[in-house]
Ligand binder design. Sequence first.
Ligand SMILES: [Zn+2]
Ligand SMILES: [Zn+2]
Length: 146
Amino acid sequence: MKDITQLCLDRVLYSDNSDFHILWQRVHREKNKDSINTKSRVLNKKYREKLKYEILSYYSNGIPNCGCCGESEYEFLTIDHINGKKSMNHDNSMAGYKLLIWIKKHNFPKGFRILCWNCNGVLGKRNNVNKICPHKTEQSDWEGEL
Ligand SMILES: [Zn+2]
Ligand SMILES: [Zn+2]
C-alpha cells in the first residue's frame, strides 16, 4: 500500500485544491477494480469462448468458416462488418469481446459475416475500392452477396 499513499501524497503536493481522503478513495477504488477485472477475466474466459463459437457458427450457417475462401481454421476467423463499422454506428473500439457481446445483446442482427484474417485484411484495405477479395475476382457481383 505504500505506493498508493506515496502516489496520493504526490498528487496532494502538486495540486492546489485536492482533498487527500477523496483522492485516496479514488485511487483505492481503481486498484480494486483492476483486481476484480483480473478475476472475472479468468472466470469469463470459458464464456467468451462459447460466445465466440456461437456467433461464428451463426454467421457461418453451421461450422465456422470464412465466408469468402472457406477457411475453417478457427483461430483465423474474425467477424466482419459487411458495410463497415460506420454503417452500424460502431467506432473502432467495437471489436473482439465487446463486439461479441453487442451482437448477442442485439440478437444476431444482419450485417455481419465471418472472414479469415487474409480475406478480412484485403477487403478492409482502403485502396480496395471495389471491396473484392482476390479469391473472388472472377465474380463481379460479389459485393451484393450475403
Ligand atoms: Zn478467407
Ligand atoms: Zn477471400
